[in-house]
Ligand binder design. Structure first.
Ligand code: COA
Length: 215
């Protein structure tokens, strides 16, 4: 159910358990630094997922270090995205000739803490998610969708995108979303990007959002 949020040209490997039996490359060790144990576990597990995903894509094992803004650094010719939360860790990759950018995000499916929604959603966006069916935390879906958008945006634009820099609409029937950019988008293939399309899924206690920008 979660996997069908991504097109077939994207390989995603995900796990709900720690995968720690993976040696890190020196570049990954220095990107990680000396973190708390939880951060080490999620970083290593994400690299374990990345190793398997790259293998399925037919790419040689390679370090996935982090750039200055935390972005994962993929081997030449590959684009991808990483997410980790308590209930899901995942890595999605594709060949750059198929995809320009990918953003994935996983969250535990519960309501945002009090006061957070108004920080991440405009009054219009808040109004659009007011009529959620019982048991569906659309505030969390909106938050996750925006984080997935940021992860797809950053490698293309190389600059910050704030929560109020897009106008996001969710479709309940299609389980899709569209974000209209309210700031100038990056140039992609000679045209200016004006928005992002994505898919959202809720599966048990996981919210999962995925955004792709096709080549
Ligand atoms: C960067 C951010 C999106 C990460 O999301 P998160 O829910 O905190 O954490 P997740 O576990 O889902 O994702 C972490 C992964 O994001 C990726 N990531 C971090 N910074 C990134 C960036 N600038 N660009 C792309 N991916 C990035 C990394 O791969 C990281 O995993 P790693 O450190 O093991 O490599 C979030 O911390 C953030 O800064 N959000 C504010 C920006 C935003 O969302 N704007 C809304 C635009 S509409």
């Amino acid at each position: 159910m979660i996997d069908d949020a991504l097109p077939p040209s994207v390989v995603m490997v995900r796990t709900d358990a720690d995968l720690l039996d993976v040696p890190l490359f020196p570049e990954e060790e220095s990107a990680l630094g000396r973190p708390v144990e939880k951060r080490r576990r999620e970083f290593v597990t994400a690299r374990a997922c990345a190793r398997r995903a790259l293998e399925q894509l037919g790419v040689e094992p390679a370090p996935i270090a982090s750039g200055p803004r935390g972005e994962p650094l993929w081997p030449a010719g590959v684009v991808g995205s990483i997410t980790h939360c308590r209930v899901l860790r995942a890595c999605a990759v594709a060949r750059a000739e198929e995809m320009r950018s990918i953003g994935i995000d996983a969250e535990v499916h519960d309501s945002l803490p009090d006061g957070v929604l108004r920080l991440v959603a405009s009054p219009d966006e808040q109004a659009r998610i007011r009529e959620a069916p019982d048991g569906l935390c659309l505030d969390r879906v909106l938050f996750s969708a925006k984080e997935a958008i940021y992860k797809a945006w950053y490698p293309l634009a190389r600059r910050w995108l704030g929560f109020d820099d897009v106008d996001l609409s969710l479709s309940l029937d299609e389980r899709t979303f569209h974000a209209r950019l309210l700031v100038p988008g990056p140039q992609v293939d000679g045209g200016q990007l004006t928005g992002f399309d994505g898919r959202w899924r809720v599966d048990g206690d996981v919210v999962f959002c995925a955004v792709v920008v096709a080549a």
